[in-house]
Design a protein around this ligand. Sequence first.
Ligand code: SAM
Length: 338
Amino acid sequence: MALALGDPDDGYYITRDPLGRAGDFVTAPEISQMFGEIVGIWLVEAWRALGAPLPVRLVELGPGRGTLMADILRVIARLAPSLAAGLDLHLVETSPALRARQAAVLASSGITPSWHSAFAEVPAGPMLLVANEFFDALPIRQFVQADGTWRERVVGLDDDGRLAFGLGPGALVGDAPARLLREAEPGAVLEVSPASTAVMNAIAERIAREGGAALAIDYGHAETALGDTFQAVKAHAFADPLAEPGSADLTAHVDFGALARAARAAGAGVLGPITQGDFLLAMGLLERAGRLGAPLDEAGREAIRAAVERLAGPQQMGTLFKVMAVVPTPIGVAPFPG
Ligand SMILES: C[S@@+](CC[C@H](N)C(=O)[O-])C[C@H]1O[C@@H](n2cnc3c(N)ncnc32)[C@H](O)[C@@H]1O
């Protein structure tokens, strides 16, 4: 999974901009500016609740086309000019194609970002961090319950020399709750993402030590659960993940239970996760939609209504996507709906 997505020559993200209607998938910031504006409001409120530290790092993991950050920066400039003047911007991005796109989109903000290949390269200090649809792109490992033991699912070659799934001897890793493992039926699949928990652990460790707040938004489950969620998506449709490695987006649902444990283990506090629908509605999505739609004609208002439905509707992104915040303890400093 890591090679298919990140190989320096042929990795899926390295060779293209996969977002948008002409690409393989559409993300929330690409649906409407309202998403990034609301995330920006949360970051401003969190910064104030933390005592308005300056200077402060504004960090985004996996910024895609830069749309989310452009919307966040516009809101910060309007609501908190001193924060806008005192922040430095750090983008963690492995894709040269998307770095170029981010540079172009953010040029008009007047803030010059620094790019990094990994979170560990972001300089120390208080930070406000956002990661939308970042953790789902990090590699997972799958373990299958077979005859009372957990065996790792591996990729090998079948008799015809084609890539095929099989079972290896690997011993179970991770910290899934013992009850979940005990009750698993034969054939049950457990997914773990050591890459994701390592990044979350490092973020939380820094927030606990130096102050700050992080918001992780992604599709996934609030508690660790069994199930095979590994998927390939190409041109807005599901694809065979082994058919053409490097040509399709590979993802898995994010285990927010595991991310929360990783954050708490590092000494930080966790707020949520709650659903994206609850988060956006509590943060004023409908009010913002009303303001944006007021000067528009009926077609314009309908487009905004459709965007609200897509972002917050239970059949769309509203329930599947979750929002989780990481803050210093004692918590209660950063506002969080619900
Ligand atoms: C699904 S896109 C989400 C883009 C953006 N956050 C949005 O919401 O539109 C995933 C992003 O993470 C980046 N990415 C994927 N794997 C990464 C890794 N290991 N380290 C840093 N960035 C990565 C991709 O290049 C892309 O910018």
